[in-house]
Design a protein around this ligand. Sequence first.
Ligand code: FHF
Ligand code: ZN
Length: 187
Amino acid sequence: MITMEDIIREGNPTLREVAHEVTVPLSDEDIKLGQDMMEFLKNSQDPVKAEELGLRGGVGLAAPQLDISKRIIAVHVPNGDLENPEPTLSAVMYNPKILSHSVQDACLGEGEGCLSVDREVPGYVVRHNKITLSYIDTDGVKQKIRLKNYEAIVVQHEIDHLNGVMFYDHINPENPYALKDGVLVIE
Ligand code: FHF
Ligand code: ZN
C-alpha cells in the first residue's frame, strides 16, 4: 500500500527527470503499480482511511512522485456531489500524450498544490482549457479522449510530472495573479 512516506518531495532530482515510456504489452509490475496508485487516490479521498493513514487528499498521482521514473499517472476526480460517488474521471494512464489542445487557456481560481510540495505556493497556474489525449489503459488498450476544465487541468499537472515540470514553474514570479485576457478561471 502506498502512503505519504512513499512520496518524494521537491529537491529530489527524480522530480526533474523526463520519465521513461513503459513497454507494451504492460508488465505485471506496471499494472500493479497503476492499481496501487489508484488505491492511494481513493484512500486519500476517504475521510476515514485518509485520517487513519495520514494521507493528504489527492486527485492525481504520477509515478515519478514515488521515485519511479516511468510515464504512468493515475487520476481520480470526484464529482463534488456527496450523494453520487461516481467520479467524473477515474483512470490509470500509461504513456499519456497530449495530441492537441484548445487555444483557450484556463487555471484554477484557488491555484494548485502538490503532494510533493509541503508548502503553499500562491498564484495562477495557466494551462490549456481542453486537451485531446491518448494513453494506454490498464488492459493495454490504446484510448483517445477529450477533456476540459478541471479534469484537463489535473491531467496536465500529472503529465508535467512525467516531464520534470512542477506546477510553480508556470507561475509568474513578478505577479503570481497576472492573467492574460481570455483565460478561463475555474472556481
Ligand atoms: C492534488 N489535492 O491532488 C492536490 C494537492 C490540480 O501530482 O486537489 O501532486 F482530494 C499530483 C477534491 C478536490 C478532493 C481536490 C492537480 C493537483 C494534484 C496531487 N485535492 C487536491 C481532493 C482534492 C495534486 N499531485 C493539493 C495535494
Ligand atoms: Zn503534483
